[in-house]
Design a protein around this ligand. Structure first.
Ligand code: GLU
Length: 552
């Protein structure tokens, strides 16, 4: 009896690996093309770190004319949730990170290397496991859960490394005939890898992100096929990334320490190992210490959070590239209008320790992104958000689309567009005062600044309405008239003039404009007042100014 017999007893009817090697031919891509993937488990929650990995992986594939695919790693079926795959795909779609190949819903996929869901690849893993058994590189382990527990306790008491290795790997020593006998007798077993490693020796690994790292060789006989017949992550990843033609595994750095094991698996299976790029997690600062963003504690850990706040997905993607490469910021300054695709992302420029999550920075990017949208885009996107999260805003926008477009058009589409919206949840607060009904309903409170004498204010406003305000003035005439108005009341026409001779004036044109602005909007800070007046229209401007004189 030899390993072949053992392999045949364990896997009587699986295909030979040559079948799969032929079925999934090597990809025919340009030199340097990166084939990579996002390989999440469908646990029903997409972490910002997962999106970060996808952004990096998709970018690297795209910029080298390679392939980015989505593989669902669902071999731990206890952790799975219903619709978990669709949740992931929807999140990827929202952030414009859909892959070139991979799952398209819970069951279906596109691409020539599928299925791209591990639970649908059971026979494939079994073929490769059989191959290892045949070569004497994998063996059945009959240890019971309790035995393993006991072993671990002994190791802990003796302050030894825990695990199944060396003298502890007792099923490794079971002769083939005996193993066959046990299987024939119906004893339960799992399959373990027979690690050739010696932890006294070191392996050198050159990581695409972390650089050169040394590790002791792996000597753990890890489980490759579990009792449910499904593979473990380690084994499945090696088989899949080989057959799917991955050239660079881009994944979270919690897997860095598994590299020695993974390289061993690739070697035992006779595969060429891919390159690895281990991404450091996104961190958060708390009480002066850095820690990983936590699913439990930090709402910003879930990608759904950004949609709820109304941060455009483009802004999130840009933010993630921004933390991926520190030269991104400079690139953006030099190329304010360039598409993200034009940025050249470099894995070796990624931070080795985790980047800090910075919401201020994200909102800043978001403001810039939104400032570049046309008024129609702002309208559409704000409406999509409002439909889900703010019925009042939805109504406001739908009631009079033309008017809403005018409001969004204020200071937009010019060289220095307004940058006052960071997220769609800011929109209502940002525009509500432009709606007469809402404006009066809110019972405006006028908080005057430099000029605060009510009689003076009333006089200024009345004079403005009767003597100066004309709805059809162009901007320059409009402003000249405010200067005339200022002069009438003893305020300097120019700020500079006032600064040079403060004793000659009560104030300057800016103070007078502020009074008009506050009476018009009940705010001291608004976009361009000339444009606001145009959008409001003559009747509304006059009514509001008059209302202010009576209600201040
Ligand atoms: N399923 C693994 C995870 O979610 C994937 C790691 C990998 O990308 O290989 O962490």
């Amino acid at each position: 009896m030899d390993y072949k017999d053992l392999a045949n007893i364990i896997f009587p009817d699986v295909k030979d690996i040559s079948y799969y090697e032929e079925k999934y031919p090597r990809r025919n891509l340009e030199e340097g093309a990166i084939v990579t993937r996002y390989a999440p488990s469908p646990t029903g929650f997409m972490h910002i770190g997962g999106l970060y990995q996808s952004v990096v992986a998709k970018k690297m594939a795209k910029q080298t004319k390679g392939v980015f695919f989505l593989r669902i790693e669902d071999t731990d079926q206890k952790r799975e949730i219903e619709n978990g795959v669709n949740d992931i795909i929807n999140a990827l779609r929202e952030f414009d990170m859909l892959p070139d190949e991979g799952m398209t819903d819970e069951e279906n996929y596109v691409g020539n290397y599928g299925p791209y869901k591990q639970s649908q690849r059971k026979e494939i893993y079994q073929s490769y496991a059989k191959y290892l058994v045949e070569k004497g590189l994998a063996y059945p382990c009959f240890c019971k859960q309790e035995e393993l527990e006991e072993m671990r306790k002994k190791q802990e008491t003796a302050k030894l490394r825990t695990g199944y290795y060396g003298i502890w790997a007792k099923c490794r020593l079971i002769p083939v005939n005996e193993a066959i006998e046990k299987i024939k007798n119906g004893e339960e077993f799992i399959l373990r890898f027979k690690s050739p490693g010696n932890p006294e020796k070191k392996i050198k690994h050159r990581d695409q992100i972390k650089g050169n790292v040394d590790f002791p060789e792996n000597d753990q006989d890890i489980v490759i096929i579990k009792s449910d017949g499904l593979p473990t992550y380690h084994f499945a990843h090696a088989v899949d990334d080989h057959l799917m033609g991955t050239t660079c595994v881009i994944r979270g750095d919690e897997w860095l320490s598994s590299v020695p094991l993974h390289l061993q698996l690739f070697q035992a299976l006779g595969f060429k190992a891919p390159k690895y790029a281990h991404i450091a997690p996104i961190m958060k600062e708390e009480n002066g210490a850095k820690r990983k963003l936590s699913k439990r504690k930090d709402p910003e850990a879930a990608v759904s959070y950004y949609g709820e706040l109304g941060i455009p997905s483009e802004a999130v993607d840009e933010y993630l590239l921004n933390i991926a490469n520190s030269n991104f910021e400079q690139w953006r300054r030099q190329n304010p209008d360039a598409k993200l695709d034009e940025f050249d992302l470099q894995l070796n420029k990624m931070s080795v320790s985790g980047a800090l999550f910075d919401i201020i920075k994200l909102l800043d990017i978001s403001k810039r992104v939104i400032s570049k949208y046309t008024k129609e885009q702002v309208y559409e996107k704000a409406l999509v958000w409002a439909e889900k999260y703010d019925k009042e805003l939805k109504q406001l926008l739908e009631e009079n689309k033309e008017y809403a477009l005018k409001v969004f058009g204020i200071e937009r589409g010019n060289v220095k567009p307004r940058r006052d919206i960071a997220k769609w949840s800011d929109v209502k607060e940002n525009i509500i005062y432009m709606y007469d009904k809402e404006f009066y309903k809110s019972k405006p409170i006028y908080e005057f600044q430099k000029i605060s004498d009510k009689e003076e204010i009333k006089n200024i406003i009345n004079t403005y309405i009767t003597k100066y305000y004309n709805n059809s003035d162009d901007k320059q005439t409009w402003f000249e008239k405010i200067k005339d108005l200022s002069e009438d009341f003893g305020y300097a026409r120019e700020t500079k003039e006032y600064k040079n001779n403060p004793e000659k004036y009560k104030g300057h044109v800016g103070d007078v404009s502020t009074v008009i602005r506050i009476c018009l909007t009940s705010r001291s800070n608004t976009p361009d007042m000339y444009e606001i007046m145009n959008v409001l229209g003559e009747k509304s401007v006059k009514d509001r100014l008059q209302y202010a004189t009576q209600n201040m």
